[in-house]
Ligand binder design. Structure first.
Ligand code: NAG
Ligand code: NAG
Ligand code: NAG
Ligand code: NAG
Length: 518
């Protein structure tokens, strides 16, 4: 989910006024920032993004030199086994196996070590047929939030109720897929870096992820060439298109080195924030029109908001056309003050506009369950089972430092939808699904992003009208689809759609993997 800091980013007025009645404002670690303005992008981000090549490069590879571990059932449940690979001399995999969380399917946990960067993963084999089922990569957003939120609250094999009560999830996405959850970038969840290194933008995070994916498939040989789907939520609307593009472009080097390319089949984005200008302006509709819920603001607030909307749109789109630190900062400040601040003042849950926040948000993210997940992951026996590195301190759902670093770079300002268009042109399918009651990365903004997306199938996509899709004969949401591109809403679900609607979410994913119509 988007962390509270991004809420304070969007609610600039709240920050600027410093009013004590702000339910969502949390003092940020501004001491580290020379500017007291939380919108100061201290390092201007480059004005054009390019997905760079995999840094290490690949040498010609003599497969005869390397015997990957064929039988993972031989892995220890107690100690880590460390695996190396001649092509990746500065990379290791530390891995252990267990039946953690699922009980019926094999689980592997560990680290992929890329020099001083150590990314923690959970990998669950499919409950159906691990030898033929697809592979799904999952990341949560933030930026800075741990994928354990997705695992233990939404789509993983078990759900944490209290630190000492964990129950089986019959709607886990490993029902018929092999699924891994990665804490990324370094500094998030159980992932760490040595020597105080950090990652402050999605492009750099993508390099670690592409390396992670290549190394993972080299070692888990039985999954090589398997259809691969990259999925994420919230800030994942930015991560996933960039990560998948990096994985796609990396394939040329894998092939040149005689390795099996990654069979990147699709991206799946749940309640993503992919394009800020359309998302920020849609905050008005969500609060003031009878869309997912009746208007939650009074008439005078809505009228005031409406009057600033076109100015906000204009500023945002000029920021989009030519990225400029000052323009984008000013646009963000204006839109936040006029459109986001009244929402923060309302007490509603930004992740589910049909409810009030069960907070305070800075402690619970509006879901007290997140505290139970932290309690569970701080248990010594759980850490031992997982093999968490002893250097990792107390668990934190979302890292303030990582979040602040991304904001300082203005990472969220890029028009990330270009990556989705580029992937569609290359045969990588894209599913954009959205719990209809979310405010922060809502369906109205996502729908507008999908309709505005330029690709060769745009006309066919735009020409479709929204229709209902069903589960068990009941309307589960609305959808529009053309060729490789599908947009879908999920009724009565918030930002963490699989948490609210586990059955419908699993059904959606099953149909997507099977390439069926929703
Ligand atoms: C664990 O939580 C589940 C779901 O809330 C509940 O049904 C069950 O009784 C709990 N078990 C224990 C031992 O507390
Ligand atoms: C990639 O996965 C698809 C299934 O989506 C499969 O049909 C295809 O054969 C795979 N490609 C390779 C090269 O293994
Ligand atoms: C608001 O939308 C709901 C659902 O579409 C509809 O049933 C209701 O009549 C609408 N209310 C108004 C005042 O239009
Ligand atoms: C970690 O959590 C424990 C137990 O809640 C607490 O006693 C300890 O002070 C915490 N450590 C840090 C560094 O916050």
């Amino acid at each position: 989910m988007l962390s509270p800091r991004i809420l304070s980013l969007l609610g600039l007025a709240a920050v600027a006024c410093g009013s004590a009645q702000q339910p969502f404002f949390r003092p940020t670690s501004q001491g580290k920032n020379p500017s007291s303005n939380p919108f100061a992008f201290s390092k201007p981000a480059p004005s054009v993004e390019t997905v760079t090549n995999f840094g290490a490069g690949f040498d010609a590879y003599d497969a005869g030199l390397f015997t990957p571990l064929e039988d993972f059932s031989a892995l220890s449940t107690d100690e880590y086994t460390t695996l190396g690979h001649p092509l990746f001399p500065s990379y290791n995999v530390r891995i252990k196996q267990s039946t953690f969380c699922d009980g019926t399917a094999r689980a592997y946990t560990g680290y992929i070590d890329k020099e001083a960067h150590h990314l923690f993963f959970y990998f669950f084999e499919s409950r159906n047929d691990p030898d033929t089922d697809d592979v799904i990569f999952w990341t949560n957003g933030g930026p800075g939030c741990s994928s354990s939120l997705g695992l233990f609250m939404e789509l993983g094999p078990c759900r944490v109720n209290t630190p000492h009560n964990v129950t089986y999830n019959p709607y886990s996405w490993n029902e018929n897929a092999n699924v891994f959850f990665v804490d990324q970038p370094v500094g998030v969840g159980f992932s760490y870096a040595e020597h105080g290194e950090s990652v402050d933008n999605t492009l750099d995070a993508a390099k670690d992820i592409a390396a992670f994916v290549a190394i993972f498939f080299e070692h888990f040989t039985k999954f090589k060439g398997r259809a691969f789907h990259m999925a994420g939520e919230s800030y994942g609307g930015r991560y996933i298109p960039v990560f998948a593009s990096e994985v796609f472009d990396q394939n040329a080097q894998l092939e040149a080195a005689g390795l099996t390319p990654i069979n990147l089949s699709s991206v799946m984005i749940g309640n993503g924030c992919t394009h800020w200008p359309t998302m920020v302006t849609s905050y008005y509709e969500m609060q003031c029109q009878n869309i997912s819920v009746p208007p939650i603001q009074d008439v005078s607030t809505c009228v005031r908001m409406k009057q600033s909307l076109s100015r906000c749109e204009k500023w945002m789109s000029s920021c989009d056309d030519a990225y400029n630190e000052l323009d984008c900062e000013a646009a963000s400040m204006f839109c936040s003050a006029e459109i986001s601040y009244p929402f923060f003042n309302s007490g509603y849950n930004p992740y589910d506009i049909s409810k009030l926040c069960d907070g305070p948000i800075e402690e619970t993210l509006c879901y007290p369950l997140t505290k139970s997940i932290s309690g569970f992951l701080d248990r010594a026996d759980v850490r031992h089972t997982l093999g968490v590195d002893p250097s990792v301190g107390n668990f934190s759902s979302c890292s303030d430092n990582v979040n602040a670093a991304f904001h300082a770079r203005g990472d969220q300002m890029f028009p990330t939808q270009y990556y989705i268009g580029a992937l569609l042109e290359r045969g990588v399918r894209a599913l954009i699904y959205v719990g209809a009651n979310d405010w922060i990365c809502n369906w109205v903004g996502n729908e507008r992003m999908t309709l505005g997306l330029e690709w060769t199938g745009q006309d066919a996509f735009v020409g479709q009208s929204l229709r209902e899709w069903e589960v068990d004969g009941k309307a589960a949401g609305l959808t529009r689809s053309a060729g490789p591109f599908t947009f879908a809403t999920i009724f009565n679900a918030g930002h963490m759609a699989p948490y609210d609607k586990p059955k419908e979410s699993l059904e959606l994913v099953k149909r997507w993997l099977a390439k069926e119509e929703l």
